[in-house]
Design a protein around this ligand. Structure first.
Ligand code: PMP
Length: 290
């Protein structure tokens, strides 16, 4: 398998990153995971914009967009896959001393590929069981939208918790016990006929799939409201679903041990999932290689 590291396509087994890389030493790095097929990169502009916002927030120099796209293309072609998930990792680069980043430090850019998981119709119909993680998420950057940083400990602990209790995903609460997001997904619920999701300033990642679903909801239904959600709200929800690049729209069949709706994907969930799928196979892939 080939990976891209700082300008070169190399064998994954031989790829090297310095032990002084700030991404490794301090978690001073960012990443994006995006779906690619032979038609192009899915929602590229949105991923690029999130990477740019995140880089500006951490003061990491953003490479030229054409450099990143070329790296993505090289890795995808070398993977031999028809469809893949590509990961772009951008770190603060190599700095042998000092925690504060030196201005002008050269960032490290890495691109890797893996097969895209296929969610079968059976898995979709079954839905996920979602538990509440034991760990809480602290207020990050004074409630500014969460950047996609490589330090993923809160998510790792939540996912590990889910695995231990036999759940498919765990929702992370903030310090005040409010619902933020899953370990690797955003969360939506249908409450009294309205689609709702936690607001970005509650410390959730500005998920690309979340953004797209909110737009679709505005086009084909009565839209989506961002609001505070407590676990007790979720227990009253008629429908719940999670979203993410790797899974698209994933219905939730149980939340914190209780059945959601009738235990099968709800009507709005199915409608949004179908519209999302349609977009993915048509307009979403408009971003062709340059
Ligand atoms: N929240 C977290 C913590 C995630 O890791 C992800 C996956 N990137 C998401 C939400 C979903 O984001 P996206 O739709 O951009 O994949």
């Amino acid at each position: 398998m080939k990976v891209y590291v700082n300008g070169a396509l190399v064998d994954a087994a031989k790829a090297k990153v310095s032990v002084f890389d700030r991404g490794f030493l301090f978690g001073d790095g960012l990443f994006e995971t995006l779906f690619v097929s032979r038609q192009g990169l899915l929602f590229w502009r949105r991923h690029w914009s999130r990477l740019a916002r995140s880089a500006a927030c951490l003061g990491i120099e953003l490479p030229d967009e054409s450099v990143v796209i070329h790296a993505l293309e090289q890795v995808f072609v070398a993977s031999g896959l028809d469809e893949a998930l590509l990961r772009v990792t951008l770190t603060g680069g190599v700095q042998d001393a000092g925690m504060v980043a030196r201005p002008g430090n050269k960032p490290t850019l890495i691109v890797t590929a893996r097969g895209a998981p296929e969610v079968s119709q059976r898995e979709f119909l079954k839905g996920w069981s979602v538990t509440i993680a034991g760990t809480r998420r602290g207020a990050l950057f004074d409630g500014r939208e969460m950047i996609k940083a490589t330090s993923y400990l809160a998510s790792i602990l939540a996912a590990e918790y889910a695995r231990c209790v036999g759940a498919d995903e765990a929702v992370i609460l903030d310090e005040l016990g409010r619902v933020t997001e899953g370990s690797r997904t955003n969360i939506f619920a249908v409450l009294n006929g309205r689609l709702v999701t936690p607001a970005l300033d509650s410390g959730v990642l500005a998920g690309v799939t979340r953004e797209v679903i909110m737009e679709i909801a505005g086009e084909i239904s009565s839209g989506c409201v961002e609001r505070l959600l407590k676990p007790r709200d979720m227990l009253k929800a008629d429908e719940i679903f999670m979203t993410g690049t790797a899974y698209g729209v994933m219905p939730v069949d149980s939340f914190d041990g209780r059945r959601v709706g009738g235990g099968k994907p709800g009507a709005l969930t199915c409608m949004l999932a179908a519209a999302y799928q349609e977009l993915v196979t048509t307009r979403g892939l408009e971003e062709l290689w340059i």
